[in-house]
Write a protein that binds this ligand. Structure first.
Ligand code: COA
Length: 325
């Protein structure tokens, strides 16, 4: 099997910034509540003319330039998203067409906040087996399109953005392990009830606000900590490493209190945690990858470092990966 690593990274965050103070004017909340309960200070909101694919394409172009590859070099494009441009075709098809990535196969995956780790795992296997040479994986979301701006329980948490990575064969290091999991029995804790085949759009679904993301955050809180801790332990075990070997944990950014609790349980000190939730909030599948991209850009990740990706989200699903940079 070939060794597979990340050879290029890119991101795109929409220009419009929505601060906690802006949200104080929309719903009954305070900057103090949002900051202390979540760690979020502001988030980005895509414009009316920007769809998820537009964010994805900008992140993809940056990742390709960083990898010094052309779109025509790509064999595979995977977009992880729960807010695709439309139910079908896939957002990945739109990305493939716009990039003119003529020889790339393309599809979306739905694994919510763990979507990037799931996509990483799929792309890695195609390259490790020699089926494909270069893959582009993107986590992209326009969560503002499914946010209920009257619901203070959710609207303060979410944001829009995209991150992308190019995967290819590497001589040393690369992806050492990926661990994925799912427990569908708790799907009611986080979902969007209407708009699919179970409840197609109707006047009734629109009137009862069923096309918005619904979350029972406090019920998810402890599960998120437990599953992220377990996923990280399994990924470390599979890689033959332990928590002391980790140079940086790059987690899904749902809540800084969840992240700090996971790191504490794993025995990873705070200076080895990468956080950017303050600037962007929770961007579902775009969060982990955008954190990874920014950690690279800020020089927090050096060649040879052991990186732990760790994510949890709607499904419920979780995933962790160990990468030697
Ligand atoms: N502003 C002010 N008060 C708010 C509020 C807001 N935006 N949102 C909720 N509250 C209130 C609640 O109504 C509740 O009031 P009550 O005690 O009078 O009923 C109180 O704050 C506490 O709410 P609770 O939901 O228990 O808060 P919490 O400490 O659990 O924090 C979350 C809420 C959502 C931030 C937190 O539970 C969380 O991050 N959950 C996990 C999210 C997650 O992992 N999702 C999956 C991955 S994406």
């Amino acid at each position: 099997m070939r060794k597979v690593g990340i050879i290029g990274v890119g991101e795109y965050l929409p220009q419009k910034v929505l601060s906690n103070h802006d949200l104080e004017k929309l719903v009954d909340t305070t900057d103090e509540w949002i900051t202390t309960r979540t760690g979020i200070k502001e988030r980005r909101i895509a414009s009316d003319t920007e769809a998820t694919s537009d964010l994805a394409i900008k992140a993809a172009r940056e990742a390709l330039a960083h990898a010094k590859l052309n779109p025509q070099d790509l064999d595979l494009i995977i977009v992880a998203t729960v807010t695709g441009d439309m139910p079908f075709p896939s957002t990945a098809s739109i990305v493939q067409n716009t990039l003119l990535a003529e020889k790339a196969a393309a599809f979306d995956i739905s694994a919510a906040c763990a979507g990037f780790v799931y996509a990483l795992s799929i792309a890695e296997q195609f390259i490790a087996r020699g089926t494909y040479k270069n893959a582009l994986i993107i986590g992209a979301e326009k969560l503002s399109a499914v946010t209920d701006w009257q619901d203070r329980n959710t609207c303060v948490l979410l944001g829009d953005g995209a991150g992308a990575c190019v995967l290819s064969e590497v001589k040393s290091g690369g992806i050492l392990s990926v661990y994925l999991g799912c427990d569908g029995s708790n799907m009611e804790l986080l979902n969007m009830p209407a708009g699919g085949s179970r409840k197609p759009a109707s006047h009734e679904t629109v009137d009862s606000r069923m096309h918005y993301l619904k979350m029972k955050g406090n019920e998810l809180f402890k599960t998120a900590i437990r599953r992220m801790t377990m996923a990280a332990e399994r990924a470390l075990e599979q890689a033959g490493l332990n928590f002391k070997d980790v140079d940086l944990i790059v987690p899904h950014q749902a809540n800084s209190r969840i992240i700090l609790a996971v790191a504490k349980k794993l025995g990873i000190p705070e200076d080895k945690i990468y956080l950017n939730i303050e600037k962007y909030g929770n961007m579902s599948s775009a969060s982990t990858v955008t954190a990874l991209v920014e950690a690279v850009k800020e020089g927090r990740i050096k060649k040879g470092d052991i990186i732990l990706l760790d994510a949890f989200g709607a499904g419920l699903v979780w995933g962790a990966s160990i990468i030697k940079w």
